[in-house]
Design a binder for this molecule. Structure first.
Ligand code: TXD
Length: 314
């Protein structure tokens, strides 16, 4: 029996969106619909990507559009639409502007793909997952924020560099919100199973943790205009692969908690099992008092954003 082709819509044909579309198609994961509010932009990038397919040797369709009708029947919708941070601009400055954009695009996409799983990328990430949950009306297992995979990838990169070992052998865990309140957990970070504190002095671990927290800003400062997109797109593609292939990957993702980790009704980054149902389960690990306090502080900063949005509905 023929297997129907999988379809992923990527909303926002900017840096993260277009690179994500490329990774999904060239990675053999799915057909891609790239949509943006700017006329010609998604069409042009999709055509350019499609014209690489014979060279790359894949046959996934990549279509660009400004019309949500073309997104119908998507298995996954990736939301990157919004404004990117400029130097000196905090993620939170983007809050109200991007909340309006995310609300509109998610409502449109959800109407055309009522069974899709949403992966939210737009910043401020955790707050935008709240917006996507309410705009879609989807259950919480189908609305997932991408931040932890990226933040832990940055931590892994810095650990590998410092120890001069393969990044492939480094695994790292980062919990909490995306931004200054993220909570990297060195004791759950390992090199081929060896806990990081066995391999690195506390002051060096602290330096790498600080660099990870500042990872997005470090790239913004270098680029001068725009923000990171290669590692963010790679992180989204890994989540898309986990869902479409029901891999049940254990990945840190931003999801709505209902009492887990003593957080209720707020979106926070925690380890989840990611498979064809989206969030298959949330993994609770026991935290030290200090780690738990850092996670709760992170959740509180999300609460502030959610309350700000409630006061100024978009
Ligand atoms: O870890 C993470 N979650 C992040 C988040 C990592 C990297 C980037 N992160 C955030 O993703 C970033 O702060 C932004 O909020 C989004 C997208 O970043 P990107 O670098 O791709 O921004 P661009 O290049 O400016 O692209 C945004 C596109 C652009 O083409 C706009 O025209 C489009 O979004 N846009 C829209 N598309 C559809 N519909 C509407 N309403 C719309 N408004 C803007």
């Amino acid at each position: 029996m023929p297997v129907s082709r999988r379809k992923v819509t990527v909303i926002g044909a900017g840096n993260v969106g277009a690179t994500t579309a490329q990774r999904i198609a060239e990675g053999g994961l799915a057909d891609v619909c790239l949509i943006d509010v700017v006329e010609g932009l998604p069409q042009g990038k999709a055509l350019d990507l499609a014209e690489s397919s014979p060279v790359q040797g894949h046959d996934h369709a990549i279509v660009g559009t400004n019309d949500y009708a073309d997104t119908a029947g998507s298995d996954i919708v990736v939301v990157t639409a919004g404004l990117a941070r400029q130097p000196g601009m905090s993620r939170d400055d983007l809050l109200l502007k991007n909340a309006g954009i995310v609300r509109t695009v998610v409502a449109n996409a959800a109407a055309h793909s009522p069974n899709a799983i949403l992966i939210v990328v737009t910043n401020p990430l955790d707050a935008m997952v709240h917006v996507a949950l309410s705009a879609s009306g989807f259950p919480k297992n189908r609305v997932i924020g991408m931040a932890g995979v990226l933040d832990s990838a940055r931590f892994r990169t810095f650990i590998a560099e410092e120890l001069d070992v393969s990044a492939a052998d480094v695994s790292a865990f980062v919990l909490g919100g995306h931004g200054d309140t993220m909570v990297p957990l060195p004791r759950f970070s390992t090199v081929a199973g060896i806990p990081l504190p066995e391999l690195m002095k506390p002051d060096r671990i602290e330096a790498l943790v600080a660099r990870t927290r500042n990872g997005g800003a470090e790239i913004v400062a270098l680029l001068k205009s725009g923000s990171a997109f290669y590692a963010p797109a790679a992180s989204v593609a890994q989540m898309v692969d986990a869902i479409l292939n029901d891999r049940k990957r254990v990945l840190p993702c931003a999801v709505l908690l209902a009492g887990e980790y003593k957080v209720d009704g707020l979106v926070v980054g925690v380890p989840i099992v990611l498979g064809s149902n989206g969030v298959e389960r949330i993994i609770e690990i026991s935290l030290t008092g200090e780690e738990q306090a850092a996670l709760l502080a992170s959740a509180e900063s999300v609460r502030v954003l959610v309350e700000t949005m409630a006061k100024q509905p978009v």
